[in-house]
Write a protein that binds this ligand. Structure first.
Ligand SMILES: Nc1ncnc2c1ncn2[C@@H]1O[C@H](COP(=O)(O)OP(=O)(O)OP(=O)(O)O)[C@@H](O)[C@H]1O
Length: 245
């Protein structure tokens, strides 16, 4: 069995007395793509928000390797190796694809350093390699604002990879993509997960089937079901609250 990279235990957050996440246990192993599904309002985004430090838990533990993330703030969590992609792509539209990747490197201190500093060969090689992975190698000199929605999503994944995260948190990475782009993204994410781990929130069940090693179904802030895609999609409780709708 692989080692656990993330262990969430008894995690709870209350908003004005309402428990959006309620005594949740959730585990992610190294090299694993773990998809979280569930109806609207189940607590999926709130779970990712707590892991990345955007929302502070009311109680519970979030252990990432040997770190307790519940006690850390957002930028410390990012630096420790947790990368988060939000639902809408947020790339720098006026910069080229290359510049977007360049400024995402942790070796860079700020945008001006990045644009005017002497280019480091190893960094440029890394940019080229990542651009190849995210299907944008021939777009490196193009302004990000001119990319399609799907290409912007890929660029943002590339920007996350530049931070060399060990755990990636992705919120609906294929939203708004064509069928062809979704298929390419599934291949990309499976490749990325090797040597790391990934938590994905997604509603597109075809996509979930194609990427998930494990699936957790959240409902009302708690785990309703956990297992392989086959196991959860045949679970009558999951069909009742989610898949049957
Ligand atoms: N900052 C907040 N203040 C108050 N309530 C909140 C806050 N954030 C989330 N909630 C509530 O917590 C519940 C869980 O929301 P969350 O966004 O995590 O659900 P979700 O499973 O991601 O849903 P969706 O699939 O619609 O994105 C919802 O009822 C939401 O209204």
């Amino acid at each position: 069995m692989s080692a656990m990279i993330l262990s969430v235990e008894d995690l709870t957050v209350s908003f004005d007395g309402f428990k959006a996440v309620d005594s949740l246990n959730f585990y992610v192993e190294e090299n694993q793509v773990h998809v979280v599904i569930g109806p609207n309002g189940a607590g999926k985004t709130t779970l990712l928000d707590m892991i990345c430090g955007k929302t502070r838990p009311s109680a519970g533990s979030i252990r990432f390797k040997d770190l307790q993330l519940a006690n850390m703030i957002e930028y410390q969590i990012t630096r420790a190796g947790v990368g988060r992609k939000f639902q809408n792509p947020s790339v720098y539209e006026d910069l080229t694809v290359r510049e977007n990747l360049d400024i995402s490197s942790p070796d860079k201190r700020g945008i001006f350093n990045c644009l005017f500093a002497r280019k480091d060969k190893a960094l440029q090689a890394e940019i080229e390699h990542i651009a190849e992975m995210i299907f944008l190698h021939d777009q490196l000199g193009r302004k990000a604002g001119l990319l399609s929605h799907g290409q912007k999503q890929w660029l943002e994944i590339g920007m996350l990879l530049m931070q060399r995260p060990e755990l990636l948190l992705l919120d609906e990475p294929v939203a708004g993509m064509s069928a062809g782009e979704r298929e390419k993204t599934a291949g990309l994410l499976k490749q990325i997960a090797k040597g790391r781990a990934m938590v994905i929130i997604e509603h597109d069940m075809e996509f979930v089937k194609s990427v998930a090693d494990k699936v957790t179904v959240l409902h009302q802030g708690k785990t309703l079901a956990y297992g392989s895609m086959d196991q959860v999609q045949n679970d009558p409780r999951v069909i009742d609250v989610y898949l049957g709708h």
